[in-house]
Design a protein around this ligand. Structure first.
Ligand SMILES: [Zn+2]
Ligand SMILES: [Zn+2]
Length: 361
């Protein structure tokens, strides 16, 4: 990881917490407005009061727990083998020519499970963190480090959303949406009473009114965001990959990491159903390598995916990046899932008969 910044950088970093503080204050106020002003002060029916408070507190705890996990789960560092050794770094520094530097990087990358490149076909290397970027890893300038399976940097959690906390982020969206929908639905009757002068003339009625506006507004925006991320999970894409397809040896392929909906879901949420709804880490893999469709470039094949240029992606290059053994959880994801993944790719119309999925031997 890169060295930490100066004192002025630290001052700026304090400001990064303002959106988190803003959300926390709104949540704290919503708790007061719902529990004290609506349930305790306004609702008279004891049964209704107890049921509302019970369901509310379950949703509140799950929402705060997943929000907390999304904020405070530190991004994982890429495995040691992706970092440049001291001697490799010296070797790289001595070379001025980009081609020679790429040659050195290619030699180091030879034994690593790296399948993606830059748009120009070069090895993805982070000069700041001095590491060969694992597939789906990107450098975040706000966090000043390389983030495994980076999705996006989220100011609302002052953290990068990536491999380490993507499941927490999904649960945070889900529980915050449920929380807002529940508050909107149970507050609706009293919101109507506010406009029909059915509420006693206390300060509670203003809390009830603003609570409805806030919860319904957040519900709409959260619903869109949650639906979008559900789609991304099903397609096994990060937000960054949805905007720019990862570059493989055969060219850009937005479905390059897709194994089919079920396995894509389990890559994020894990195999054990009992953990799916809990904000505890259960994602599969190590974040550094992902099961993917490995390519046997064959110049005889007539059709190639868009963006593929056989003259650039030479056979020699592919020889330097042989299929690497996959780790256990990833092999498990690929096993029996290849046909499912292929179906998904066929449906997308991006599947190419020239591409073959290599089985692990
Ligand atoms: Zn970096
Ligand atoms: Zn970041």
């Amino acid at each position: 990881m890169a060295p930490s910044g100066s004192r002025s950088d630290d001052c700026w970093r304090v400001l990064y917490w303002v959106p988190v503080l803003f959300i926390s204050l709104i949540v704290a106020w919503s708790y007061y407005a719902y529990v004290v002003q609506l349930c305790i002060e306004t609702i008279e029916n004891m049964g209704e009061k107890i049921v509302y408070l019970l369901v509310y507190h379950i949703l509140f705890i799950m929402f705060v727990w997943s929000y907390w996990q999304t904020i405070f789960t530190k991004p994982m560092n890429p495995l040691k083998e992706f970092h440049l050794s001291h001697s490799d770094k010296e070797l790289l520094d001595r070379e001025d020519r980009r081609e020679s530097q790429q040659e050195i990087l290619r030699r180091i990358a030879k034994d690593l499970p790296i399948y993606t490149r830059t748009m120009s076909g070069a090895i993805r290397y982070c000069e700041r963190c001095l590491l060969l970027k694992p597939d789906r890893c990107h450098h975040c300038s706000a966090c000043d480090m390389c983030i495994l399976k980076m999705d996006h940097h989220c100011p609302w959690v002052n953290n990068c959303v990536g491999f380490a906390n993507y499941k927490f982020f999904m649960l945070f969206l889900a529980y915050s949406l449920l929380y807002c929908l529940f508050v909107t639905a149970t507050d609706l009757l009293y919101f109507i009473q506010f406009w029909t002068n059915g509420l006693p003339d206390t300060q509670a009625k203003f809390h009830i009114m603003f609570l409805f506006f806030a919860a319904s507004t957040f519900s709409v925006s959260l619903a869109f965001l949650f639906a979008y991320h559900c789609w991304l999970v099903c397609k096994n894409r990060s937000t960054l990959e949805a905007f720019r397809a990862p570059e493989f040896q055969h060219g850009p392929d937005k479905n390059g990491f897709s194994l089919g909906t079920s396995k894509n879901f389990r890559q994020v949420f894990g195999d054990e159903k009992k953990y799916w709804l809990l904000p505890v880490f259960s994602s599969l893999g190590d974040g550094c390598s992902f099961p993917t469709c490995l390519v046997n470039p064959d110049p005889e094949q007539p059709s190639l995916p868009p963006g593929c240029n056989p003259s650039i992606k030479s056979a020699e290059e592919s020889h330097q990046f042989p299929p690497k053994p996959l780790r256990e959880s990833q092999s498990r994801l690929l096993n029996n899932g290849q046909s499912e993944g292929s179906e998904d790719r066929d449906k997308q119309g991006t599947s190419n008969p020239a591409l073959t999925i290599e089985k692990e031997t």
